[in-house]
Ligand binder design. Sequence first.
Ligand SMILES: Nc1ncnc2c1ncn2[C@@H]1O[C@H](COP(=O)(O)OP(=O)(O)OP(=O)(O)O)[C@@H](O)[C@H]1O
Ligand SMILES: [Mg+2]
Length: 256
Amino acid sequence: MAENQNRQDPLSPHMISFEQVNKWYGAYHALADVDAHVAKGEVVVVCGPSGSGKSTLIRTVNRLEEIQKGRIVFDGQDIHAPKLDLNHFRARVGFVFQSFNLFPHLSVLDNIVMAPVNVRGARRSDARVRALELLERVGLASKAGAYPGQLSGGQQQRVAIARALAMDPPAMLFDEPTSALDPEMVGEVLQVMKQLARDGMTMICVTHEMGFAREVADRVWFMDHGRLVETGTPDDFFLRPQSPRAQKFLTELRTH
Ligand SMILES: Nc1ncnc2c1ncn2[C@@H]1O[C@H](COP(=O)(O)OP(=O)(O)OP(=O)(O)O)[C@@H](O)[C@H]1O
Ligand SMILES: [Mg+2]
């Protein structure tokens, strides 16, 4: 953690800043003038219609998608700085996808131990102790020796969260972490995310789980056609949506 704190610009209360971010896929304007900040410890839920740019937005943060205009600052680091070690940087951004992408031939424990050892040069014994702590935290201490194929989807996703946490990320990004899960497994993953939020983790979560948004989010970002249309509190968004597009989105959500 000390390492992370050293990187932080002490003058900036922001953990993640999007400054006039623009991205095109060819001629298609996928992100248009996105300007927003995530404070330290803040939980942002990103929602919006399919194709509105939610995944694109969070994937710009660890440069899975490049932007053509604007600036992104993560934990005090301009992510396009020429000297940035991209692999090292990416490993520090906790990213959890819809698909868990665990290594099938490695045990749960080894999945978690790998990045700290290989990317950060942690001692294997230390990394194992930490991995076991993290498995405890996501309720899977008993599965350390299991292989991903022996776990349920919800359990695999919790391992994926533990794996991301093993790099002590200053913030965690989630892209629909529960969308691929059977309904009965959604709750256990949301529970882990809620606990993370309570522990003060800075988070951006793309999710359709509006109950989670209401309960956990400090802010809801509503996107439409590559634009950040609303950035209010959950009460603002759910009770007093300003834009016709957000009103329509919520109406459709409620009728489904
Ligand atoms: N690699 C790509 N090449 C061209 N266009 C792309 C690419 N990736 C995404 N797009 C387009 O950019 C827009 C935003 O896509 P994105 O995946 O960010 O949307 P989303 O809000 O995450 O949608 P969903 O809710 O369906 O996941 C869409 O119109 C999509 O077709
Ligand atoms: Mg998406």
